[in-house]
Every structure is written in structure tokens, then in C-alpha cells.
Write a protein that binds this ligand. Structure first.
Ligand SMILES: C[S@@+](CC[C@H](N)C(=O)[O-])C[C@H]1O[C@@H](n2cnc3c(N)ncnc32)[C@H](O)[C@@H]1O
Length: 273
């Protein structure tokens, strides 16, 4: 797949997922964003860049902490940004600017921002090191850069049941993007390669019980898993859903179906020259 096709696919996927991205089943994004914003240790006056801002989970969590500061959120997907704008307006957050931009072509000025964040976005880039270097160019020396990713066992055993079943169909199976950044060691190596100080890495469990299969399906349908199920022909999709419902419902206990979402939060600084 060439660069333009890849970007078109990302935009198309997130434009389609945007309306459901903030459904209750996916509230771990909001929980993880709160942890990241808290770990950034803002004083309240910073100008912050939020890359791959999506529907604004991280940007809003930062903006709420920046009484005298400002957040610039950028994303490839207009659909995701429209949701972010609506949420910012509903909260009357006036210290947040949202723009449709590609991180790989970002040019908002060298050494402009006091800090930068990227929630669950860096692993979509073909060259993660180049992407982190672009973020680093945009912040001042000494500024903190915080990113989040998922640990390898995220959403297991539900995700593994989903993947095992989808692999039994004759559909192309692209590698899972977050697996490129699913351990503290990989995060350390990425920061080192981008010339940043070694990050502090935090692990947070931001999961919860889902009420049933329908909430799991909300999650599948409004996340990267959507690409995999949307390849199935209507008959196959109906067969897939019925069999998958049965195996997921078998995991339920009196609290519901446990969703394990173990996330990694890395916060490291651009060196002071
Ligand atoms: C999983 S969402 C994360 C959204 C948000 N940061 C959060 O924590 O909920 C990933 C986002 O990365 C964006 N994205 C992927 N590649 C990008 C790029 N090259 N430039 C800007 N945004 C990109 C997608 O459009 C999508 O909105």
C-alpha cells in the first residue's frame, strides 16, 4: 500500500468510527487521557500540542487543566475533529484549537510548544521514530512529550477470540498497529531513537466490565477492529457475529464481561541543549 492509500484508509476508518468513538464501551480512551494529562504535570500556563487528537480525549483533558494555557489538537480525520469540536463547545472550553493536519507534514514552527501529547496515535505511522522527531521539533528544549499505547495483552481474552475467529475467514489480516509499541522496552527504544531523554513509563489498568456482547460489538465496530469485520461478505458477517456472540457471552459473570485495558504511558523530555 503506498503512502496516499495508507492515509486514505486511516481517514476513512476514523471518519466512519467517529460518531461511535465516544460510546460508553470505549470510555477507556477517556480514562487513559486523564492519566496522561495528569502525568504531564502541567502548571496551568503551558501551550500544548496534541497530535492525533481524534475526538479530543487528550486535548480536552489537557485544556481543563490549563486555565491560563492553550491546546492545539491536530488530526487527519475531519470526522473525528467534528466530534472533538462539539465536545469542546459543550464544555465551553475556549482554550482549544483543532485543526485537520497530517503529523507527517506538520509545520507549526520549531520550538513552539511547552509540551506535547499523543494518545494511541504514534503506532499508526509507518516510521514512528520520524513521527516522534517531528513532535520533538515542535516543542521547546526541556519540554515534556507524553504518549500512550496498549500493552500486548490488551482486551484479552476477548480480542484473541475475535482475532482467532476472523482469521478462519479468507480475509486479509493486517498486523495490529499497537503491537509495534506494546512494551516499556519498545517505548524506551523509540524515545532513545528520537533523541529524547529516557521516559518515565507508567502502566495503568483503565478497563471495566462490559454489560454484554453488544457493548463489545460497539467497541469492535468503532475501533481498528472494524477494518477486519468490514471485509466480510454479509452472509459471513452474520455467521461470524452469531458464533462470536456465543463465545463472548460465555465469558460473562455476575458483573458482566471484564474488559482488560492495560495501557502504557510514557513521559520523557526534549534535552536542553
Ligand atoms: C485511536 S485514535 C486516538 C485518538 C485520541 N488521541 C485518543 O486518545 O482517544 C488515533 C487517531 O490518530 C489519527 N492519525 C493517524 N495517523 C495520523 C497522522 N499521520 N496525522 C494526524 N493524525 C493521525 C487518526 O485519524 C485517529 O483519530
Amino acid at each position: 500500500m503506498d503512502t496516499q492509500d495508507r492515509k486514505y484508509k486511516i481517514k476513512e476508518t476514523f471518519n466512519a468510527a467517529a460518531a461511535g468513538y465516544d460510546k460508553p464501551a470505549l470510555r477507556f480512551f477517556k480514562h487513559a487521557a486523564e492519566h496522561l494529562a495528569q502525568r504531564m504535570g502541567f502548571s496551568g500556563t503551558e501551550r500544548v500540542l496534541d497530535v492525533a487528537t481524534g475526538t479530543g480525549a487528550v486535548a480536552l483533558a489537557c485544556a481543563r487543566r490549563l486555565g491560563a494555557g492553550h491546546v492545539t489538537g491536530i488530526d487527519l480525520s475531519e470526522g473525528m475533529l467534528a466530534q472533538a469540536r462539539a465536545k469542546a463547545a459543550a464544555e465551553k472550553l475556549g482554550n482549544l484549537t483543532l485543526q485537520c493536519m497530517d503529523l507527517e507534514a506538520l509545520d507549526l514552527g520549531a520550538d513552539t510548544f511547552d509540551a506535547a501529547c499523543c494518545g494511541f496515535g504514534i503506532f499508526f505511522l509507518p516510521d514512528m521514530e520520524a513521527g516522534l522527531k517531528i513532535i520533538a521539533q515542535h516543542v521547546k528544549p526541556g519540554a515534556a512529550i507524553g504518549i500512550t499505547s496498549f500493552t500486548g495483552e490488551v482486551m484479552e481474552p476477548l480480542s484473541q477470540k475475535f482475532l482467532d475467529r476472523i482469521q478462519s475467514y479468507d480475509a486479509p489480516f493486517p498486523p495490529l498497529s499497537w503491537k509495534r509499541l506494546d512494551t516499556p522496552e519498545k517505548l524506551h527504544a523509540l524515545y532513545r531513537a528520537a533523541g529524547l531523554e529516557q521516559p518515565l513509563i507508567y502502566t495503568e489498568q483503565v478497563g471495566y466490565p462490559l454489560t454484554g456482547f453488544d457493548e463489545w460489538w460497539d467497541l469492535v465496530w468503532h475501533s481498528g477492529f472494524r477494518v477486519l469485520v468490514s471485509q466480510l461478505a454479509p452472509d459471513d458477517l452474520a455467521r461470524f457475529t452469531a458464533a462470536h456472540r456465543e463465545e463472548i457471552e460465555a465469558l460473562a459473570d455476575s458483573d458482566g464481561i471484564e474488559l482488560n485495558v492495560n495501557v502504557l504511558i510514557a513521559v520523557g523530555c526534549k534535552p536542553i541543549r
